[in-house]
Design a protein around this ligand. Structure first.
Ligand code: KG4
Ligand code: ZN
Length: 348
């Protein structure tokens, strides 16, 4: 509806330059440029390369978004931008761009938390978010379990990874298996031909005292090492590495722990909606197992389409529009970037 706020969102926390435009709870456009290919030969995101790529992509993405939505910059009611967490230099490009627009257009600016934005994006995909919800956010940079009583001002961390992010584990295991970066989609594909119970890889923090102490935390670095050792032993013995079985068994270990803890969080917090976001949400086995376990538990699963799970500008615009709709005032024009912005802080 034309009287709902028109919000442009800018996301530059990692290697995607995202510019999205949302009107109220309707997504108008989502323009994303990724520098992922420039990082591939390094096997991981190189912050300085990401920052430079954001600088080059920012104006073209803003133009593409406005053109795609059929709106002019002067029509905007607010600019929203990721102020953290993320790579410091990359965040600076987005926040400086948003401030420039806000000053030039005399438009309010909302600095927002990247993780809350991953949750809010599902509103433009599946409609109003039943709150409280539990959110499992799994990507190359973060793995968090959140309790979300109100996505605009009450987001609580239940747990997170103690070491590697889930996507990082996929990327590292892919490397061990000789698959390209980013490895998640390749491991996912290889795993389809494999046996997920072929190798019994460890599920960290899942039993006994570990589970008590780290109820909703994750740890993937031991798993990654276990996979590497297993593959090395095969190679030393001169035997072929069963790539599909290793991929399937590793993937099962990751998604088993993720879904088990997510549903435990739903049960213990009496929540009947689970949302999954982040790049790893594209994983076919994660989706299938989550759906199966949600069905058993009577929990409704919400997963945005893959393009809205990975980093994008629409999610930032979606959260900005919620902040406006629920009466939150804008951020100060001197809002900072915060590379380790706490998840509880929804707005800077
Ligand atoms: O959200 P995202 O695009 O960027 C950030 O890291 O913030 O997530 C990228 C991560 C990478 O680690 C990639 O390997 C992983 O998501 N990923 C997957 C799949 N597709 C992407 N992991 C497992 N299975 C997939 N199908
Ligand atoms: Zn993300």
């Amino acid at each position: 509806m034309a009287d709902e706020p028109l919000v442009l969102g800018i996301e530059t926390s990692c290697d995607e330059t995202g510019v999205g435009i949302v009107r109220g709870e309707t997504l108008l456009v989502d323009a994303v440029a990724s520098s992922v290919e420039e990082h591939a030969r390094f096997g991981g995101v190189v912050p300085e390369i990401a920052s430079r790529a954001h600088l080059e992509a920012m104006v073209p993405m803003i133009e593409r978004a406005c053109h795609g939505a059929g709106v002019a910059l002067r029509d905007l009611d607010a600019i929203a931008v990721t102020s953290g967490p993320g790579l410091a230099g990359a965040l600076l490009v987005g926040v400086a761009s948003a401030k420039s627009l806000a000053v030039a257009l005399s438009t309010p600016i909302y600095g927002v938390n990247h993780l809350a934005a991953h949750v809010a994006v599902d509103i433009v995909e599946h409609g109003p978010l039943p709150e409280p919800a539990v959110a499992l956010l799994v990507s190359g940079g973060h793995s968090s379990l959140l309790l979300v009583p109100d996505v605009t001002h009450d987001v609580r961390a239940l747990g997170s990874t103690m070491d590697d992010a889930a996507g990082e584990a996929f990327d590292k295991v892919a490397r061990v298996l000789g698959l390209p970066f980013p490895g998640g989609p390749h491991v996912d594909r290889a795993a389809r031909q494999g046996d997920r119970i072929a190798i019994d890889f460890p599920r960290a923090l899942s039993t006994g005292r570990d589970l008590q102490r780290h109820r909703f935390d994750f740890s993937f670095s031991g798993l990654k090492t276990a996979v590497a050792r297993w593959v090395e032993a095969k190679q030393r013995a001169g035997e072929p590495v069963p790539v599909a079985d290793v991929a399937a068994s590793f993937q099962e270990a990751v998604v088993d722990v993720l879904t088990r803890k997510a549903l435990l969080a739903c049960r213990e917090h009496d929540v009947d909606h689970l949302l999954i976001g982040g790049g790893v949400a594209a994983n076919s086995r994660l989706r299938a197992l989550a759906q199966q376990r949600c069905d058993t538990a009577g929990v409704t699963l919400r997963v945005p389409r893959p393009g809205l799970c990975t980093d994008n500008g629409a999610m930032v615009a979606a959260l900005g529009a919620q902040l406006l709709a629920r009466g939150h005032g804008p951020s100060d024009l001197d809002l900072p970037t915060d590379s380790s912005m706490p998840v509880e802080l929804v707005q800077a």
